[in-house]
Structure formats: structure tokens, C-alpha cells
Design a protein around this ligand. Sequence first.
Ligand SMILES: [Zn+2]
Length: 183
Amino acid sequence: MFIFGHLGIGNKIASPWSKRLPKFPLFLGMLLPDIIDKSLYYAHLFPEWVTCTRTFGHTGLLLVSVLLLSRIVRSRWLGALALGMATHLLLDCLIDRFDPTKQSPALIALTWPFLNAHFASYHFDNIVDHLHHLWNWPTMSAEALGLAFIGWDYWKSAYRKEMIEVLFSRRFRKIKRHHSERG
Ligand SMILES: [Zn+2]
């Protein structure tokens, strides 16, 4: 999954818990595992450990650490970051299920180092090669769905006032009609 899938679908998954949380760290968390791991991969840092684009940033260990820290320092900012990260890891694990030919790299990273001593191993020559691999129907469908959710939320917030007016005017007309029929 890529940017719009994580932001759009992630926001829907997080919505029951995100009402009172700050939005910036929430959205940052939805992208943070990829920001960390793709940077590590393309910077060729720790090549003996960073064997693919889902490594340290995609671990349950990092997620639990951020969550615990948010509790210890009572930070809603960190809590929002952890919630965003949790949606990212969940969506990566779900999208990996569409490729039954290989063991899920997202699940391997999520359970590292408890169930797997190493991360999954696959190679991209460069970012263009990487983008080329994202061109498949599960990823593109998730991107389209995420973009649709973002568009819908934007439309709702932009036309909130008009929608309320339409709803209330209809309701008002109904009540008026009901009263005139009774009268
Ligand atoms: Zn990811």
C-alpha cells in the first residue's frame, strides 16, 4: 500500500478512537513506518539488517514502545502517532494477504524479533523499480479507495453547512406538513 491508501483507509479505521486526538501526528503515524524503513533502505544503512523496505519502522516493538511512552508521559500527540502507526501495520498485513506466494514481509516485521530473527529479504534496484512493483490491482484498488475516502471527507467538511441546511429544511417542511395535516 502507498500514500492515499494509508491516509484514507487508515483514517477510517482510526475514526472510533481519533475524535479527540491531534490530526498531524495521527496522519504522520499513518506514513511513519514507510518513511523510516524506505529511508533506511535507500540510504543503505545497516544492510545486514535492512534487507527489505519493511523493517524496524514496521515492528510491533516500535509501536508498543511509542504507545507505552505516550502513556508514561501522558502525551496525546504520541498516542495519536501510535494509533496512526497501528493502522499502517494492520493495512500492510492485510494487503500482503493478496500475495499468497510469499510469507508476509509485514507480518515478519510486526513479530520481529520474537518469531523471526531476521526481516524478509527482497530487493529493489531503485525507487523507480520500487514504484513499478506497486503497480498491481490490490495496491491500486487500495489507493483509489483511500483517495475516495479523502475526497468524500473533504467534500463533507466543505459542504457541511449546506448539508445541515438541506437536512433541517426537509425536516422542517415535514414537521410543518404533519402539523397542517393534523390541524
Ligand atoms: Zn508499510
